[in-house]
Design a protein around this ligand. Structure first.
Ligand code: AMP
Ligand code: ZN
Length: 519
């Protein structure tokens, strides 16, 4: 284990706390996953980049990581506060398709983004519909003391547990405005843990239960899957900051009902010791909304010629608890930084006789993860050989590794960690092998694949481009000949010819790129 104490911001106590694992040497983490009724937008993916950096940091610090991310394929209503329609049922109706097909399609799309962003495979993708019997058992065990039945379902009475809403710092009365009234609810914040199918209706997804045919509530899913797989209390529960307001307080209330009903001044009574939330990625013109036509999917960035890891870089340059504003200029700057790093690492690799260590290989093997896109991997063997143990020790590099360690241990300060990476890259008169080993150890946390990427891979072809790379290269070659012959008129004409097809010629580009395709 590396030296700096790992400090993480716990939303429950609103303070930085030194990480104390429940099981010595282990870290068990649950992340709220996507509702698979549509493609994820890049804001959603920020939540998983954050959870991935957290997992990689825990591995780097020497903990055996067990990470679970769920896939919500039932139960999430159009309004988090327990109102509206089931998002999955709604989309299925609109498209006249089966919910199962919709869930399968968007789960695959989400996994493709996970892979493109170098997010490691969790130990388990827990799929909500596979846990419905366990959800019914959980609900049965708390129903008598904590729930009551209405025509529309089984409701959780939030007054039956201590400190309801502490995570959100909201009192039940203050919360009233945000919750749609359901006739007969005892408290405004009470929520359905089982939703009965209305009389005369048939849902595509419904199950028998002691409270009639119906479907589980969204909050119930996460309590059941996290508790069953990781055991209460586990170490860390993550999600986007919106979940701090309703979803996680409701999960916590259920967990209290299940385990103890006691107050939250002892964080473990909430089911997890630490609750962590990433802030939002925002975009001024509203393109983050999935309802707008061209919404910001990772594929849109790729179609416009931005490598997906430029988006990961953009996330890492900000602190996960700060709001991050998306702009194409910002993404372009992140791509330039990525290119610069890849070129510098490439030059370093050329100085080595043998193949260099691979950061990504180290990072993947750290958690026994396989190729992204696989479904549940049950043969997970957590790491007992984390990257942190292989840090080169002694010499000039050690001080930089200590600073890197201090940065990521300071509530995942990736922005500072990136600058340390840059400083190591710029070090003069250090053995290339030693330098690459240090860079590999750092990249195992950053997850940018810096040791594996080739500069040519970073140039993506925008989807709208009609001219091929070979055609561009042919014109560039003719232009070089014209310039060599000092025929500047011909050279300018060729540049204009390329410009007309969206190709910008980059004379004197410091990174050595000769041209780029605009979007
Ligand atoms: P959902 O699929 O809506 O349940 O969201 C998946 C994850 O993305 C959750 O952890 C949300 O809190 C998170 N999230 C939603 N919108 C954003 C955003 N704009 N920026 C960052 N995280 C977000
Ligand atoms: Zn959840």
């Amino acid at each position: 284990m590396t030296d700096a104490p790992l400090k993480l911001f716990n939303s429950l106590t609103r303070s930085l706390e030194e990480f104390q694992p429940v099981h010595p040497g282990e870290a068990r983490v649950y992340s709220c996953g996507p509702t698979v009724y549509n493609y994820p937008h890049i804001g959603n993916m920020r939540a998983y980049v954050f959870a991935d950096v957290l997992g990689r940091t825990l591995s780097f610090k020497g903990y055996k990581l067990t990470h679970v991310i769920n896939i919500t394929d039932v139960g999430h209503l159009t309004d988090d506060a327990d109102a509206g329609e089931d998002k999955m049922e709604k989309m299925a109706k609109e498209r006249a398709q089966s919910i199962w097909d919709i869930a399968a399609h968007y789960t695959e799309a989400y996994w493709a983004d996970i892979k493109a962003l170098n997010i490691r495979q969790p130990a388990e993708w827990s799929i909500a519909t596979k846990y419905v019997p366990a959800m019914i058992d959980f609900a049965k065990s708390i129903a008598d003391k904590h729930c009551y039945e209405l025509d529309s379902g089984l409701y959780f009475d939030v007054a039956t547990v201590a400190d309801y809403g502490r995570l959100a710092r909201a009192h039940t009365e203050e919360g009233e405005g945000r919750i749609e009234a359901v006739e007969g609810k005892r408290n405004a914040a009470d929520f359905a843990i089982w939703r009965k199918t209305p009389e005369g209706e048939k849902r595509q997804m419904e199950w028998d239960s002691p409270w009639g045919r119906g479907a589980p509530g969204w909050h119930l899913e996460c309590s059941v899957m996290s508790g069953q797989i990781l055991g209460f209390p586990f170490d860390i529960h993550t999600g986007g900051i919106d979940h701090r307001e309703i979803h996680h307080p409701n999960e916590i209330a259920q967990n209290q009902a299940f385990c103890c009903t006691n107050g939250l001044d002892v964080p473990k009574n909430s089911g997890a010791n630490v609750w962590m939330h990433n802030n939002f990625l925002v975009e001024r013109s509203g393109k983050m909304s999935k309802s707008s036509g061209e919404f910001l999917r990772l594929q849109l960035l790729i179609d416009k010629g931005y490598h997906p890891l430029a988006y990961r870089m953009m996330c890492l340059q900000a602190h996960y608890r700060s709001e991050l504003e998306f702009s194409w200029e910002g993404l372009g700057a992140a791509l330039t930084r990525l290119k610069r790093m890849v070129i510098a690492v490439g030059q370093l690799k050329e100085r080595l006789p043998d193949p260099p260590p691979s950061g990504e290989v180290a990072a993947r093997s750290a958690d026994g993860g396989g190729a992204a896109g696989a479904s549940v991997s049950s043969d997970h063997t957590p790491s007992d050989d984390p990257a942190g143990r292989h840090l080169p020790r002694g010499g000039r590099i050690e001080a930089f590794l200590d600073r890197f360690d201090a940065a990521v241990s300071d509530d995942l300060n990736t922005a500072v960690a990136l600058t340390v990476f840059d400083e190591v890259l710029a070090l003069k008169k250090v053995d290339a092998g030693e330098k690459l080993a240090a860079l590999a150890a750092m990249d195992a946390v950053l997850g940018l694949g810096l040791l594996d990427l080739d500069r040519a891979e970073l140039r993506l072809r925008p989807k709208t481009a009609t001219i091929t790379e070979a055609e561009i290269e042919a014109v560039i070659a003719r232009r070089k000949e014209a310039r060599a012959a000092k025929d500047f008129a011909a050279s300018d004409a060729l540049r204009d010819e390329l410009a007309a097809q969206g190709v910008e010629v980059m004379d004197g580009d410091p990174l050595g790129w000769e041209w780029k395709l605009g979007d």
